[in-house]
Design a protein around this ligand. Structure first.
Ligand SMILES: O=C(O)c1ccccc1NCC(=O)[C@H](O)[C@H](O)COP(=O)(O)O
Length: 260
């Protein structure tokens, strides 16, 4: 069983429990449900740098990245750095994140926030909205085309942007549809955890220009961005490179400065 299958199996049990604890009607009463969302895809289209900076404590490929920082400091640091958006991992078991992290980020900055999660149920989209997200992630590897359509259309009805993530050509062909805003290519091989920018490069020509192209994972220097921009990428999701430092905001600031 690969890591995504394992995560998804656990996620199904977790979501059933969450549903029994907090009914949908309670999520819909969140004051954040009325908040006007901010479009990450619009910000990326109009940006010279396109950085989406992630809050990430640990991951299946790295057991410890950073467990000491406050989400508030990280969010404010990223906003001061001038990133386009912030990604917040909300999975607890594999990434050490939570919906409270998303809420804290929402209370700490005005950046568009991506709920980085393994979405397998519409209920998680209501959670995303109720806890202050502007964008949701759908992962093609764990969803059928029908599920991608259903979840992306539901997200759009909640005024949430949709980032669809693929790892290969087959996932890309299965997923293209008008209810997506951004197409993300994940450079991490989920069997070996190796990262290669060649994944983004080789899939770039297959992504129609109507979608904002985002390159995800393994981006550790500004040369990588300069290498990917000619392939049409306007968004760059960066986690570990910033989070492994004592001050992710300061490292994002230096990164963006050297890109301009
Ligand atoms: O990061 C992992 O090890 C991982 C393993 C299995 C599924 C997802 C995983 N990561 C989620 C992400 O997409 C990354 O956190 C994100 O792209 C940032 O990557 P990086 O800059 O390499 O931290």
């Amino acid at each position: 069983m690969n890591i995504l299958d394992k995560i998804t199996l656990d996620k199904r049990k977790e979501v059933e429990l969450r549903k029994s604890l907090i009914p949908t009607s309670q999520l819909e009463q969140s004051v954040l449900f009325e908040r006007p969302t901010v479009s990450l895809s619009d910000k990326l289209r109009n940006s010279k740098t396109g950085i989406i900076a992630e809050h990430k404590r640990r991951s299946p490929s790295k057991s410890v990245i950073n467990h000491t920082l406050s989400v508030q400091d990280v969010a404010q640091g990223y906003e001061d750095a001038g990133v386009c958006g912030m990604s917040v991992l909300t999975d607890g078991k594999y990434f050490g994140g939570s919906l409270d992290d998303l809420l804290t980020a929402r209370a700490s900055c005005n950046l568009p926030l991506l709920r980085k999660e393994f979405i397998i149920d519409e209920y998680q989209l209501l959670e995303a909205k109720a806890y202050g997200a502007d964008v949701i992630l759908l992962i093609a590897a764990i969803l059928t085309r029908e599920e991608i359509k259903k979840y992306s259309e539901f997200a759009k009805s909640l005024n949430l942007d949709v980032l669809l993530e693929v790892h290969n050509e087959e996932e890309l062909h299965k997923s293209i549809m008008p209810s997506l805003d951004m197409l993300g290519v994940n450079n991490r091989n989920l069997k070996t955890f190796d990262v290669s920018l060649n994944t983004s490069k080789s899939l770039s020509t297959l992504i129609p220009n109507d979608f904002v192209k985002v390159s995800e994972s393994g981006i550790s220097n500004t040369e990588a961005i300069k290498e990917l921009q000619p392939y049409g990428y306007q968004g760059f999701l960066i986690g570990e490179n910033f989070m492994k430092t004592d001050n992710p905001g300061a490292s994002a600031t230096a990164f963006i400065k050297s890109l301009l």
